[in-house]
Write a protein that binds this ligand. Sequence first.
Ligand code: ADP
Ligand code: MG
Ligand code: MG
Length: 246
Amino acid sequence: MILEINNLSASVEGKEILKNVNLTVKGGEIHALMGPNGAGKSTLGNVLIGHPDYKVTGGNVLLDGKDITFATPEERARAGLFLAFQSPVAVEGVRISTFLRIAYSNLHPGEKIVISEFNKKVKSLMKTVGLDESFISRSVNDGFSGGERKRFEILQMMILKPKIIILDEIDSGLDVDALRMVAEQIRSYLNNDVGFLIITHYQRILKDIPPQFVHVLVNGTIVMNGDKSLSDKIEEEGYDWLKEVA
Ligand code: ADP
Ligand code: MG
Ligand code: MG
């Protein structure tokens, strides 16, 4: 699978945030998108998953050559793009088990799901990601802590088996052990048909998941592309030197 972002510009609330962003993520690759606070990193994530508040004003997004610039979030998910739940309000009151089953069956229409077996699998994956079994009957977004929410994102990835995975600040609110678990699951999920775009402000998670490609977003524009050494440099020197480049 290949995700191509071509000259993408986007606005939110009438304000232009992204300007001519170019980025390609192929199966087998791990990309890190870094940048200072407010650079537009989450905006790019939101545009890619089709969040309705974010308007594309130029350029396009292709998944395996298919134009998904204006596709619905459901169409994107079916095409293989990973969506962690973005509008939790809409699923309030829905149990985790039901939520996952509906999401899974939307992606695999026609496949017969035996509920008891599906739940068994969910429970075993909950153990893997460090969520208590009792979570299975809790409601989505029902008072999850930041760390629990992140663990649940990884669980969704493992159940839904997307091809292009965008993780926004997956490292925020996680302690060192949780971070290690997340990194291990990401590494073991990676294969030649799966690509990751890891959005992060900090360099920490990239120690456990070394990216082949690092991109730096400043003021809505990618100002530099490099390899792992670019994230090392950012750890040492911060972002200020890049703001001057921009
Ligand atoms: P980052 O993730 O790099 O910290 P964001 O994409 O969250 O940056 O934000 C980039 C800019 O877009 C900021 O100025 C932010 O205030 C603005 N922005 C993002 N989302 C919204 C929104 N839903 N409504 C209004 N402004 C937004
Ligand atoms: Mg931010
Ligand atoms: Mg952000």
